[in-house]
Structure formats: C-alpha cells, structure tokens
Design a protein around this ligand. Structure first.
Ligand code: BEZ
Length: 269
C-alpha cells in the first residue's frame, strides 16, 4: 500500500484490557454497520479507528482484506494480537493513496479533532467510486452526560472541554460533500444503550479526558457527582442506560472533476 506520510505520535491513551472488560458493547452493537458495509471477498477495507480490532476481524472473516489504523498504541497492539494488520496512525493523517475499496469506521470519528482533514484523508485513501461507511455519535449524543459534566466543571469554576464532536446530519452531509462524497444513506437515530456495569466504569474509560483536567484528589468526587445527577434518570431495574444517538452513513466517492476537492480548514468542535 502506498504511504502518503509518516504517522504522528498518538495523543490519547487507551487501555485495551480495561476497554475489553467494560466497553465490549461498542463492537457488539455494530453488526448492522458491518452489514451496511457488506464486505466482499477480494475487497480491501480500511478500518479507521479500529480499536482492539474486533470489528476488523469480523470484516476479515467475511472475506475482505483489512488494514486497521488507530491513534492508540495499546489498541494497535491488541488488534495485532488478534491477527489484524494494524498501524499506529491518527485519523487526521491517513497515509494511504487510492488503496481501498471501502473505509469503515465505528464509534471513532467523534474522537477526532479535525473532521474535514479526516474526511479528506478518507477520500484520498479510497479507490475511484470507493465507499465510506461509518457510525459515530450524532447531535444530542449522551446529552445527559455532557450536561452533568458541564455542571460539575462549572461548580468548580472551570469550563468543561469539548472532547467529543457529535455532528448534526446537515453538518455531516456538508463535510462529506466537501470531501467529494455522494451520500447514499445518512440517518440520525436514538439508540438507548445499556451499560454492562456501573456508570463509574463508563466515565473512567470514556470521560478520562475530562477527569484528567481536575486534580487527582477531586476526580472521585466529580465522578460521584455526575453519577448522582444521572441516577434518577438513567438507572432503572439495576441497569444504567445512556442516551446514545447515532449518526450512520454510507457515502460513495464521486467521480469527475469535483471529487477530491481541497478540505475546508474548519475544526468541528
Ligand atoms: C459514543 O460512542 O457515542 C461515545 C463515545 C465516547 C463518549 C461518548 C460517546
């Protein structure tokens, strides 16, 4: 595969063992997305933000050749241990040229800081008429968590960061179009998501970037505060259920002069 440029160092630290314990549901819920991708034997697929490679392995089992990329070295190691050709590469610096029939991504794009750069890289990585099939958090995703974290930061005189980007369908459509894609399907839908354990575990994995911004001695208190705020609304019959909203799309690279336009230099946040 022709590389465009060197990968940059990862910016996020993920613990693959912890993720496997508490976040397996992320991949378990992605079968409809793999069905939408419909990988075929002989195809080459890039799994963008492959994590520990569970879905890359599923795509490979359906006959396609898969390369996974992720910005976390721990996740890349876990994916390699699963037999995936995984590379350390951030989504904003995809280093392939016209190499893949399809780019696939599940629950990864909302972590990436510069979606125009990511989508432009996806367009470059695809062969003519290649497809981009992805799911990410969409507008309103985990609004209860975002609100509770904002409140907890405000009470401490701090401004909560924007760690995640959850675009509206209109914003996603504009980004795809600017990157040279024709949209085939694009939907925003609520998917209330049952957690396998306590909200504390979810916060420690998915909101680690928030927790890292408060002094260590304060983190536990902040987690308990967020948990207490959500408990009446999100805990029932012994199960935590979060207000996930998914944005799922399938888009195809346009052919002709308007494909591969320069990416707009905006950072969605
Ligand atoms: C998600 O997959 O929707 C998600 C991931 C991390 C934080 C919040 C939401």
């Amino acid at each position: 595969m022709p590389l465009r440029r060197e990968a940059r160092a990862p910016m996020t630290h993920w613990n693959a063992a912890e993720y496997a314990r508490s976040a397996r549901f992320v991949a378990d819920l992605a079968t409809p997305l793999v069905d939408l991708l419909a990988p075929k034997p002989g195809e080459t697929v890039l799994d963008l933000g492959c994590g520990d490679g569970v879905l890359a392995a599923e795509i490979q089992a359906r006959g396609a050749a898969v390369i996974g990329i992720d910005a976390s070295s721990d996740m890349v190691a876990a994916a390699r241990a699963r037999g995936i050709d995984a590379r350390l590469m951030p989504g904003e610096a995809i280093a392939f040229d016209r190499a893949f029939d399809a780019v696939f991504s599940n629950a990864a794009l909302h972590w990436m800081r510069d979606l125009p750069a990511v989508f432009a890289g996806v367009a470059r990585a695809l062969k003519p008429k290649g497809r981009f099939v992805a799911e990410m958090g969409g507008e309103g995703n985990v609004a209860s968590i975002v609100g509770a974290l904002d409140g907890a930061f405000r009470r401490r005189g701090l401004r909560a960061p924007k760690l995640w980007i959850f675009p509206s369908p209109e914003a996603a459509a504009a980004l795809l179009s600017r990157a040279g894609f024709r949209i085939e399907t694009l939907e925003l839908f609520e998917r209330p998501t049952r957690l396998p354990g306590d909200l504390r575990d979810w916060l420690e994995i998915f909101a680690a970037g928030y927790l890292a911004l408060v002094p260590e001695a304060e983190r536990r208190t902040l987690v308990e505060e967020v948990r207490a705020a959500l408990y009446p609304h999100r805990f029932s019959d012994g199960v935590w259920t979060l207000d996930y909203v998914r944005l799922r799309f399938s888009a195809r690279l346009r052919q002709g002069d308007d494909a591969h336009p320069p990416a707009a230099s905006i950072t969605a946040a």
